[in-house]
Design a protein around this ligand. Structure first.
Ligand code: TRP
Length: 337
C-alpha cells in the first residue's frame, strides 16, 4: 500500500553536481528548498547518476558532489527537517529506473526537448543514458511517494512524463502503486539571467564564466563581474524585461535576496546611475554569500563529518525507497526474497 497521505506533503528535488553552483541555482533552487522545509516533508539530493549522462572527470565529480552537499547545509538546510543524500548512495534509484525503462515509450522519450537539445550536441555516439535520463528522474520522484516537485521550466516536461508513466503503471498494478506527482512552481520563482547576456538564463555551461556568479567566487570577483554586467541603453533604472533585460536582472537579484519589492527598488534608484545599481547589487550578493561560503569551507574541511551526514541521509532514504520498490516488485510478480 502507498503510505497514507501524511499531514505534510512530500517534496523532492535534486541538482546535478556538475561545475560550480551559481547564483541562479542558489536563488532558483537552494534558497527555495530552505524555505520549503518548514511546510513540507522534503527530500533533497545531489543527483550524481544524472551527472554521469555526460562524461565527468572523477576527481572533479567527487569534489563537486561534496561541495554541493556542503553548500546546501551552509545555505540553511536543516538536517532534522529534511533528508539530504547523494543519489548513488541509494541503489533503489537505479533499480526502479530499470522497471520504468520497461514502461516508458520510445516515442514519448523522443519528444523530450532536453534530450533533443543535449543529443544534438553529443556528436555521433549518443549515450543511451541521455535518452532514458527522464525515467531515472521519474524513479527519483516516485520512490518517495512525492506529491510536489519544485523544478524550473526546463524540467516541467520531465515531471509530466513522470505523471504519465506513474498513471500507466497504476492502471496495470493498482491506483495506490505510485503517488502521481505535480510540478511545484515556487510563488516567487527567481529566474537569474546571465550578467553578460541577460536574455539567457545564468547557466553552468555558459561560454563566458564572467556572466555567472559562482557561489565560490571571491568578493573581488563578484565586484568585477557586476561592474562588467551588461546594462541597457538609456539611463533610467526601471524594471522592463523586454527593453531593459540587464537592469531588470539586477533588480530581480536584489529583490530575490532582500525581499524588497520591485517598485520599492525602482523608487530607491530614481535619479541614480547604472553604476550605483551594479555596485549595490554586488554588495547585497556578497553579504548573502559570505556566511554561506565561510560555513561551506568549514564543512569541506571535515569530510568525515560530511560522510557521516550522508550515510545518515542515505539510510533514511533507503528505508523509504525499499518499501516502494518491494511494493512494485510484488505487484509485478517477482518472487520476493
Ligand atoms: N533533471 C534535473 C535537472 O537537471 C535534476 C533532477 C534529477 C531532479 N532528479 C530530479 C529534479 C528529481 C527534481 C526531481 O535540473
Amino acid at each position: 500500500m502507498a503510505t497514507p497521505t501524511p499531514s505534510k506533503k512530500v517534496i523532492l528535488s535534486g541538482i546535478q553536481p556538475t561545475n560550480n553552483l551559481h547564483l541562479g541555482n542558489y536563488l532558483g533552487a537552494v534558497k527555495n528548498w530552505v524555505k520549503l522545509q518548514k511546510d513540507f516533508h522534503c527530500y533533497y539530493m545531489a543527483v550524481d547518476l544524472h551527472a554521469y549522462t555526460v562524461r565527468q572527470d572523477p576527481a572533479q565529480l567527487r569534489d563537486n558532489t561534496y561541495q554541493a552537499i556542503a553548500i546546501y547545509i551552509a545555505a540553511g538546510l536543516d538536517l532534522d527537517h529534511c533528508m539530504l543524500f547523494v543519489q548513488s548512495h541509494v541503489p533503489q534509484h537505479s533499480q526502479l529506473a530499470w522497471l520504468l525503462n520497461c514502461n516508458g515509450y520510445m516515442g514519448e522519450l523522443s519528444r523530450m526537448t532536453q534530450f533533443k537539445d543535449k543529443s544534438s550536441k553529443a556528436g555521433a555516439n549518443i549515450p543511451v543514458g541521455l535518452f532514458t535520463y527522464p525515467l531515472l528522474m521519474a524513479a527519483d520522484i516516485l520512490l518517495y511517494d512525492t506529491h510536489l516537485v519544485p523544478v524550473g521550466d526546463d524540467q516541467k516536461q520531465h515531471v509530466e512524463l513522470t505523471r504519465d508513466v506513474a498513471q500507466r503503471m497504476n492502471g496495470l498494478y493498482g491506483d495506490d502503486t505510485f503517488v502521481v506527482p505535480e510540478p511545484y512552481i515556487a510563488p516567487v520563482a527567481a529566474r537569474v539571467m546571465d550578467l553578460l547576456n541577460p536574455t539567457s538564463k545564468m547557466s553552468k555551461s555558459a561560454v563566458n564564466p564572467n556572466g555567472s556568479i559562482f557561489l565560490t567566487d571571491t568578493p573581488a570577483e563578484i565586484d568585477k563581474k557586476f561592474k562588467r554586467a551588461e546594462t541597457d541603453s538609456g539611463k533610467d533604472i526601471v524594471h522592463d524585461r523586454q527593453n531593459k533585460p540587464g537592469v531588470s536582472n539586477l533588480i530581480d537579484i536584489q529583490s530575490a535576496l532582500t525581499g524588497e519589492t520591485i517598485a520599492a527598488i525602482e523608487a530607491r534608484y530614481v535619479g541614480k546611475m547604472y553604476g550605483h545599481l551594479k555596485m549595490e547589487t554586488a554588495e547585497i550578493v556578497k553579504k548573502e554569500l559570505e556566511p554561506i561560503q565561510k560555513r561551506t569551507q568549514e564543512l569541506l574541511a571535515d569530510k568525515s563529518e560530511l560522510d557521516r551526514i550522508l550515510k545518515n541521509g542515505a539510510e533514511k532514504a533507503i528505508a523509504k525507497a525499499e518499501v516502494t520498490l518491494r511494493r512494485l516488485h510484488e505487484r509485478i510478480g517477482f518472487i520476493m526474497p
